[in-house]
Design a protein around this ligand. Structure first.
Ligand code: FAD
Length: 297
C-alpha cells in the first residue's frame, strides 16, 4: 500500500514546529513514531497535505526527574525507553509496566507516549497508567501553553482536546507519596502484538506498610469510548484495611462504571467479568508493591 502524496517538513526547533502548525493547522499532521499515523495514511483514513516530523527537535525524547518531586517525560520518549527506565519502575510503576506491554519490541522502539495519548484509542495501553499517576500533558501552541490532566484529555475514540495548532510536548507527574505502589494488567488474546480486551491500572497509598489505604486510583481501558477513572471503586477502598474482600467489592463497583461493547475480541459480558477479576488482581499487585516501598538510594 502506497502513502498518499504530502509535503514533508522536518523542523529542527520547537519554535519552528509550532510556527508550521500555526500556519498549516488542520492541513497538517504531526509525525512522531509513525506507528499509528503511517498506517492510517496508507489506509487513506488520514490524508494530510503536510506532515511535520518531530524527529529533529532536541529534547522531546528526554525523561527528566524533578529533584525527587516528580518527572517530566518528553512526548517523543518511546515505549521502549519508558519500559527500561529505573525510576519509572520504582515510582511510576503502572507507566513502566504498560509501556512494556505495548505492541512488540519493534513497535515499542518507535511508538511514543505523545502519539499513544493523541491517538486516543479506547484500548491503548498508556492512558490508564497516566491517569492513575495523575499525569498532566503540556500542550503548546505558538502563542500559548496549557496543562491538561490526562483524565480530561480524551473526548471519544480518536478524539482529544488538543487543537490543530497545538503540540503535546511533555507528560508530567508528581512523585506519589511514601507507601505507594502501582500495577498494570493487560488482558489480550496473545502476549504481544495484541490490542487489549480489557486493561487496568491501579495505584494504592497506604498509611504505613501494614496500615489502611489512604488513597486509591483505578483506571480502566477498552471498556468505554474513552479510558475510565473508576472513582466510585476508589471510594470503596479509601480509609479501609486492604483485603481480598475489599478488592473484590472495588472490582464489582468498577464494572458499574463501564459500558463495554461486544466485538470480535470479546463479548460485553466477558469484558464485565474481566473488569471485576482484573481490578481485584491489579489491586493485590499494587498492594504488594506499596508494602515493599523503600526510600530511593
Ligand atoms: C503492529 C502494531 C501494534 C500496536 N500495538 C499497540 C498496543 O499493544 N498498545 C497500544 O496502546 N498501541 C498499539 N499500537 C498503536 C501505536 O503503536 C501506539 O498508539 C503508539 O504509541 C503511537 O505513537 P507514535 O509515536 O507511533 O504516533 P504517531 O503514529 O506518530 O502519531 C499518532 C497520532 O498522534 C499525533 N501525534 C503524535 N505525537 C504528537 C505530539 N507530540 N503532539 C501532537 N500530536 C501528536 C499524530 O499526528 C497522529 O495523529 C500498535 C500499532 C501497530 C502498528
Amino acid at each position: 500500500m502506497l502513502l498518499p502524496r504530502f509535503e514533508y517538513h522536518e523542523p529542527t526547533t520547537l519554535e519552528e514546529a509550532l510556527k508550521l502548525l500555526s500556519e498549516l493547522g488542520g492541513n497538517a499532521k504531526v509525525l512522531a513514531g509513525g506507528t499509528d499515523l503511517l498506517v492510517r495514511m496508507k489506509q487513506k483514513i488520514d490524508r494530510p497535505a503536510h506532515v511535520i516530523s518531530l524527529a529533529r527537535i532536541p529534547g522531546l525524547k528526554e525523561i527528566t526527574p524533578r529533584n525527587g518531586h516528580g518527572i517530566t517525560v518528553g512526548a517523543g520518549a518511546s515505549a521502549a525507553t519508558l519500559s527500561r527506565h529505573e525510576l519509572l519502575w520504582d515510582r511510576f510503576t503502572p507507566l513502566a509496566s504498560a509501556s512494556s506491554r505495548l505492541g512488540s519490541p519493534l513497535i515499542r522502539n518507535r511508538a511514543t507516549i505523545g502519539g499513544n495519548l493523541v491517538n486516543a484509542r479506547p484500548a491503548a495501553d498508556l492512558p490508564p497508567a497516566c491517569m492513575v499517576l495523575n499525569a498532566t500533558v503540556k500542550l503548546k501552541s505558538r502563542s500559548d501553553e496549557r496543562d491538561v490532566p490526562v483524565a480530561e484529555f480524551f473526548r471519544g475514540p480518536g478524539e482529544t482536546v488538543i487543537e490543530p495548532n497545538e503540540l503535546l510536548v511533555s507528560v508530567n507527574m508528581e512523585t506519589p507519596p511514601p507507601w505507594t505502589g502501582g500495577a498494570y494488567i493487560k488482558l489480550a488474546a496473545r502476549k504481544s502484538l495484541e490490542i487489549s480486551l480489557v486493561n487496568v491500572a491501579a495505584l494504592l497509598t497506604l498509611k504505613s506498610a501494614g496500615g489502611p489505604i489512604v488513597d486509591a486510583k483505578i483506571a480502566l481501558g477498552a471498556v468505554a469510548p474513552t479510558p475510565v477513572r473508576a472513582y466510585a471503586a476508589e471510594q470503596v477502598l479509601i480509609g479501609n484495611k486492604p483485603s481480598e474482600k475489599l478488592f473484590k467489592t472495588a472490582g464489582e463497583t468498577g464494572v458499574g462504571m463501564c459500558s463495554p461493547i461486544t466485538d470480535h475480541r470479546g463479548t460485553m459480558e466477558y469484558r464485565c467479568m474481566m473488569i471485576e477479576v482484573l481490578t481485584k488482581r491489579c489491586l493485590s499487585m499494587a498492594l504488594e508493591s506499596a508494602r515493599s516501598w523503600k526510600p530511593l538510594k
